[in-house]
Write a protein that binds this ligand. Structure first.
Ligand SMILES: [Zn+2]
Length: 267
């Protein structure tokens, strides 16, 4: 039987930090190869630590980790992407921190989901380029799909019938859209507009840049945010903490009247 290697390499995004003692921190990393894991960075809070700066939350780093008796220990860390421009933008960093919290809450330790890691890295890159909150909507919907919680939006989730082009009930408990006849059996939910239904469908076949590039009228964007937020809350059984932060930051930016609906919207 091969002995377990004493060290391993991983590339991942630092999700979270907890301080330990005088100078150490425990970092939670989400990587493609190992999934989510915790490890200690010894002395990382000392000014002369070589790992300092490479293990900040919202940094993508390559790390070398040694298995420890209780917790693993970082022995090397090197930044791949510091997301400096993203950090300088309050709204974009609020969106990014929300995505990190979702990954943290929805994943189990040491269960690699390489597609989710790729989605996270792609989403952070788009947020850094200024793509805005559509990136987060795409991220939420794809995360749900990757974890087996994709809402059924192509037809009625209960009877399988086609949905006419009209508003429908989105029921997290039923797992998707319900037609008018099935509404009474669908449980609690929210009536969503045709625009939102089209966005939910488009998210299934679009790439992240395609979805992010779409011009969504402000009211449809708000409605989509609420509807997807309810799906997240249902599967997580709580609201992510960072959601309130995103909404607070968004309210700051909404002091100017919002522009009228874009006439060239693809909806
Ligand atoms: Zn039905």
């Amino acid at each position: 039987m091969a002995a377990r290697p004493r060290v391993y390499r991983a590339e991942g995004v630092i999700l979270r930090r907890r301080n330990l003692g005088e100078a150490d921190s425990i970092l939670t990393v989400f990587s493609g190869s190992e999934g989510k894991f915790d490890a200690i960075a010894k002395g990382v809070r000392k000014a002369r630590s070589r790992m300092r700066g490479h293990l900040e939350p919202l940094t993508r780093s390559r790390v070398l980790v040694a298995h420890g008796r209780t917790l693993d220990v970082f022995t090397q860390a090197e930044t791949v992407e510091s997301y400096r421009r993203l950090r300088e933008d309050l709204e974009a960093s609020a969106e990014a921190l929300y995505c990190l919290e979702l990954v943290d809450r929805f994943t189990e330790e040491r269960e690699p989901i390489p597609e989710l890691y790729a989605l996270l890295v792609a989403s952070l890159a788009l947020l850094q380029e200024g793509a805005g909150p559509s990136v987060t909507r795409f991220f939420e919907l794809r995360l749900l799909a990757l974890l087996g919680y994709e809402p059924h939006v192509e037809g009625c989730v209960l009877c399988g019938g086609r949905l006419p082009e009209e508003e429908a009930l989105l029921s997290p408990a039923a797992g998707g859209l319900a037609c008018r006849q099935c509404r009474p059996e669908a449980g609690a939910g929210r009536i969503v507009s045709v625009a939102v239904i089209k966005l939910l469908r488009f998210a299934r076949r679009a790439t992240a840049p395609e979805f992010a590039a779409m011009r969504v009228p402000g009211d449809a964007a708000g409605e989509l945010r609420t509807a997807v937020g309810e799906l997240i809350r249902y599967h997580l059984d709580r609201d992510p903490n960072a959601r309130r932060f995103v909404e607070g930051v968004g309210a700051l930016g909404r002091e100017e009247p919002s522009p009228p609906s874009a006439p060239d919207s693809p909806l």
